[in-house]
Design a protein around this ligand. Structure first.
Ligand SMILES: Nc1ncnc2c1ncn2[C@@H]1O[C@H](COP(=O)(O)OP(=O)(O)OP(=O)(O)O)[C@@H](O)[C@H]1O
Length: 585
């Protein structure tokens, strides 16, 4: 250590990057260390320090810049200095500033730079944390230390995850990828945090965390609202796709079995006639599809609406206002400007009364009357108007039994059943199953924008072997469920049998199985024929869907994985497997 700075002092060892200069307030150098031994630098530092003056607010330390005069042709060397002082002397710490140091410019340009940095470190509304590349804590704002119940510096040097609950600073320092606007729950409180990797010399050297203490609830609310809207959008998209599918008409009535061919011919015939049609068939056999097909094939109804009303489970009063509409103020809660009922809305088109056998007795008379004279009077109005529409009704009930039991009016039955179309149950046309399988696989993959998987040759036979009390609707639901949870790029019979025993038997390597009810020449389902390479299953795609379905089920059940697994019809270990492998695993 030298005691004075003189002109002949040599430049310090170039490896030295720090210097300490101790001087009196009058500028007399008392001691130097490291780069401060260079007389020109010490002189420049003391001159710059004198410029700062004595500000009682900065007793804690003052940052400033200084540059010794450069020899001709040499670049200007810039140093960052920090001054600490007491009544007797000042101590100045010196460090060269990098050429591109914005910090240097900041300190040079802002006389209260130190106060600003101090503010960032002690800001009560936004704490910061710093971890090094190894993920160990280097600094935690005092306000955050208090929140975490730590004494000053207590967390320093410890792994971030041990000090801060749910910390991801170590991961960010390791990956170099920022995480912005994330919600982090610490000690039961949710905060909004940013985690940002910090680089020096082209390398990630650590990460900082910014924790917003103010109004995280507002941001949290926005986050929840966005999540809700996203899921609503996905639901709407799905509903829209289904609607499009339904409105596409008779082409989408899949199946070439003899009963289906006959049904198609009947649809073509009745569509041309002005007669009411009653569609009978078990639940899920496609009655609504047939109603749409009739409407779609009817020339008279071209461009006109098909208006549906499901009469099951609606109380009589509601059915009446739905059918006939109402005028303004007709009843409490009525629409301000009044509203047209389904009968009016269907003018010129088709009125589809689904589950017609479930209509309450007192409404049967009113329906009968309007079907006889086609005169519609809105509730609360004395004026009636004539409305013409084609009537298609459907039921899965044994309507004859209801008539015999006095629960359905015979005269209404005659009004509804100008022509009766009977839709065969799926069990009576098992040969349609391969085509339905291919159709639902394609539809599901298109809706979810995932690649179409290959369908194992045993699948159609396996499905044809099952009982389908819920008919095509149940078949569709089972196929979609299997697609969600199928584990590989090939959809296998085993994917349909989660929770069922003995599925090992249904593998391709076991071709000797017999399928009594299945015709020998039953074609096998094939993947999308028009598809190109994209049709090759990307397991990751379906895994994403499965992962999402699992997350949603867990959320629906308040985090209870056992119940989520039960609802999805998978074992708990399968659920854990899906969670573990993640959406792209
Ligand atoms: N032949 C078919 N081709 C393609 N999809 C069909 C066929 N039959 C039924 N579906 C599908 O099965 C599901 C149920 O069909 P739909 O709602 O028409 O049945 P439904 O007989 O009216 O049922 P419910 O008696 O319960 O009202 C729908 O998703 C429909 O698209």
């Amino acid at each position: 250590m030298s005691s004075t700075a003189t002109a002949e002092d040599t430049r310090p060892d170039p490896d030295d990057s720090l210097g300490v200069l101790v001087a009196s307030h009058a500028g007399e150098v008392l001691a130097t260390l490291g780069i401060a031994a260079e007389a020109a630098l010490a002189t420049a530092a003391l001159a710059a320090s004198a410029q700062l003056g004595d500000d009682p607010h900065h007793d804690a330390g003052r940052l400033f810049e200084c540059s010794p005069p450069a020899a001709a042709g040499e670049p200007v060397r810039r140093f960052i200095a920090m001054r600490l002082q007491d009544r007797a002397r000042q101590v100045i710490l010196l460090r060269p500033a990098g050429r591109d140091a914005a910090l240097f410019d900041f300190i040079g340009a802002v006389p209260f730079a130190g106060a600003i940095l101090d503010h960032f470190i002690t800001n009560p509304y936004q704490a910061i944390t710093v971890a090094d590349r190894a993920g160990h804590m280097r600094f935690i704002s005092p306000v955050h230390e208090r929140f975490l119940g730590l004494r000053t510096g207590e967390g320093t040097g410890r792994p971030a995850g041990q000090v801060i609950p749910n910390s991801r600073l170590a991961q960010v320092a390791a990956s170099g990828k920022a995480e912005i606007g994330q919600l982090q729950t610490m000690n039961g409180v949710t905060r909004v945090v940013n985690r940002i990797p910090i680089s020096a010399g082209g390398e990630v050297v650590g990460a900082i965390g910014q924790i917003l203490f103010k109004e995280p609830e507002a941001i949290g609310r926005m986050h929840r609202e966005m999540t809700r809207l996203r899921s609503q959008l996905a639901q709407t998209r799905r509903a829209l796709d289904e609607l499009r599918e339904q409105q596409a008409g008779p082409g989408l009535l899949i199946g070439d079995s003899a009963p289906m061919q006959r049904l198609r011919r009947e649809i073509d015939t009745v569509a041309r006639l002005d007669v009411p049609v009653l569609i009978l068939g078990e639940s899920g056999t496609g009655k609504e599809l047939v109603a749409r097909a009739i409407h779609g094939a009817s020339r008279a109804a071209e461009g006109k609406p098909l208006v549906s009303l499901n009469l099951a489970a609606l109380p009589a009063t509601l059915i009446e206002s739905e059918l006939f509409g109402h005028v303004a103020g007709a009843f409490t809660g009525s629409q301000r400007g009044g509203q047209a009922g389904k009968l009016e809305q269907a003018a010129g088109g088709t009125l589809f009364l689904d589950e017609v056998a479930d209509i309450p007795m007192e409404m049967q008379v009113k329906l009968l009357r309007v079907l006889e004279d086609h005169m519609v009077e809105r509730l609360g109005s004395r004026q009636s108007q004539r409305v013409d529409f084609r009537l298609v009704a459907a039921t899965n009930r044994d309507i004859q039994a209801l008539i015999d039991g006095g629960r359905f009016r015979l005269d209404l039955y005659y009004r509804l059943s100008g022509v009766v179309l009977r839709i065969p149950a799926l069990g009576q046309r098992r040969e349609d199953i391969p085509a339905l399988l291919a159709h639902f696989v394609r539809g599901f993959c298109a809706r979810n924008q995932v690649a179409v998987p290959e369908v194992g040759p045993e699948v159609a036979r396996y499905l044809a072997e099952r009982r389908w009390p819920g008919n095509v609707r149940q078949l569709r639901q089972k196929i979609e469920e299997a697609l969600v949870f199928c584990d590989s790029r090939v959809l296998r019979a085993a994917d349909f049998a989660r929770g069922e025993e003995n599925m090992a038997a249904f593998s391709v390597s076991e071709p000797a199985l017999t399928f009594g009810a299945v015709p020998e020449d039953m074609p096998e389902a094939t993947p999308d024929e028009g598809a190109t390479d994209a049709a090759v299953a990307s397991p990751a795609d379906l895994r994403e869907v499965a992962h999402e379905a699992v997350l949603q089920a867990i959320a629906r059940h308040g985090g209870n994985k056992k119940r989520a697994a039960a609802q999805l019809g998978i074992s708990r270990s399968h659920l854990y497997k899906i969670l573990e492998r993640g959406p792209r695993g």
